[in-house]
Design a protein around this ligand. Structure first.
Ligand code: GTP
Ligand code: MG
Length: 204
């Protein structure tokens, strides 16, 4: 999918808690705070800082629906596992995410982002379970691979698979927001999921 335009169309969580009920396929990005969700979205849409990112965790506290090419939504979910966000936010986070996972007719896939340098923790496992319990097959994106030596990556992937209990085939990608390695593969997966196929330079 060649990116032609992107609009932040819905923000859920502050002034409204209503899910927008969109008429297009939605792809959501979940993961621990600071894992790189907003950075991945920026790389996918080829904008430097359209989705706001921050080195301090807890940046995205709303569900942000970015509409891409009038055809697909990328949904930036607020991260979990950051202790320092307000109590109100912490309390509302779980119900908000579960409501979305179970209540959106157009949600096609949830990408679960995991930091290449960390063993998935109980929050990650819980998220993984929520995703599968809601009937989705999670797609894993291992982020920040630039922080590891190339030779360390297979071990990190193995650790992640083992901790999540993934055996056999799984849709698992690696990504670096610095080098953009992995970006095109992830975009191809999204194209397949949303039916927006064709090579990036096919259409304009
Ligand atoms: P929340 O909105 O708090 O949930 O965080 P997030 O998951 O959206 O993370 P965000 O994209 O804001 O990135 C957090 C920090 O990690 C920022 O300082 C990014 O620049 C940095 N970062 C994100 N992806 C990568 C990556 O692939 N490599 C490196 N080295 N840094 C990254
Ligand atoms: Mg964010």
């Amino acid at each position: 999918m060649k990116i032609k335009n992107v609009v932040l169309e819905h923000v859920v969580g502050v002034t409204t808690k209503e899910l927008p009920g969109t008429a297009s396929p939605e792809i959501a990005f979940a993961g621990r705070s600071n894992v790189g969700k907003s950075s991945l979205i920026n790389a996918l849409i080829q904008r430097k800082s359209f989705a706001r990112t921050s080195s301090s965790p807890g940046k995205t506290q709303t569900m942000n629906f970015y509409k891409v090419n009038d055809a697909v939504y990328f949904v930036d979910l607020p991260g979990y596992g950051y202790a320092d966000v307000g109590t109100d936010f912490r309390k509302s986070w779980g119900p908000m995410i579960e409501r979305y996972l179970n209540g959106s007719d157009n949600l096609k896939t949830i990408f679960l982002l995991l930091d290449a340098r960390r063993t998935p923790n109980t929050d990650d496992l819980q998220m993984y379970e929520w995703i599968t319990a809601a009937g989705f097959e999670p797609v894993i994106v291992v982020t920040k691979t630039d922080k590891l030596k190339r030779s360390q990556i297979p071990k990190a992937l193995k650790e992640i698979r083992n901790t999540l209990g993934i055996t056999g085939e799984a849709r698992l990608y690696t990504f670096s927001a610095i080098s953009k390695a992995g970006r095109d593969e992830i975009m191809e997966e999204i194209d397949e999921i949303t039916g927006q196929g064709g090579r990036e330079d096919d259409k304009d």
